[in-house]
Design a protein around this ligand. Structure first.
Ligand SMILES: [Zn+2]
Length: 232
């Protein structure tokens, strides 16, 4: 997981970059967000906590990225490690989860799937590597292309390999957001349905999504779509 040196520097407020300042008390806020992810994993819930986490690698910025992209502790990675079950991590944030890949690459029990806009921050995730399956998408590719790619990605992994689905739920793929793939509020309902169709114990951890007006509805739609399909 995170190195003890990184945790120490985070705690003392000596680790900062342009995206990810050493705000006062940030270590405690980051711990609360990590705790929210752990709880979500225990109850198959949705952690609505910030700061997000998927760019945070073992010792901070991951895989050569220059910043930690608003992330301090890798919430979903902490929750998955704690759960200690064969897990599919599905990262639907519009940015590649370089931190999550760094932490889980080469781990037999975990498969990581990420759909993300490329090229874009953090510059990683162009190709798949071992258990980390990356699906780079063009800017504003749109819902049809997105759903087709997500279906292919989910079909490519054997469901009997994992017991749990952990979703890095980012919404900055929304039209006009930081990693826009031109998705709409309704797109998240359809994404939720695809996730529900896996029929596995599932939990969600909030990552990005920066359009305050639409974010709540997008989250609501994702959960609604998931529950609709899960019930079938
Ligand atoms: Zn993002």
């Amino acid at each position: 997981m995170h190195s003890s040196d990184y945790i120490r520097r985070l705690k003392e407020g000596s680790v900062a970059d342009a995206d990810t300042p050493a705000y006062e008390g940030i270590y405690e806020y980051a711990r609360l967000a990590a705790g929210g992810a752990i709880l979500a994993a225990q109850v198959c819930g949705f952690s609505l906590m910030r700061p997000p986490g998927h760019h945070a690698g073992r010792s901070g910025a991951a895989l050569g990225a220059y910043t930690r992209g608003f992330c301090y502790l890798n919430n979903i990675a902490i929750a998955v490690k704690r759960l200690n079950k064969p897990t599919l991590i599905l990262d639907i944030d519009g940015h590649h989860g370089n931190g999550t890949q760094e932490i889980f690459k080469g781990e037999d029990d975990v498969t990581y799937i990420s759909l993300h806009r490329y090229p874009n921050y953090p510059g990683t995730g162009l190709t798949s590597e071992g258990n980390c399956l990356n699906y780079p998408l063009w800017a504003d590719c749109g819902e049809e292309e997105y759903l087709k790619t997500l279906s292919e990605a989910l079909a490519s992994v054997k469901a009997n390999r994992f017991e749990v689905v952990a979703v890095s739920a980012g919404f900055d793929t929304y039209r006009g957001d930081l990693a826009s793939l031109n998705l709409t509020e309704d797109s998240y309902r359809k994404i939720g349905m695809l996730i529900g169709s896996l029929n596995k114990p599932t939990f969600f951890v909030l990552e990005g999504g920066y359009r305050g007006e639409e974010l709540g509805r997008s989250i609501h739609n994702l959960i609604k779509g998931f529950e609709e399909n899960e019930a079938q």
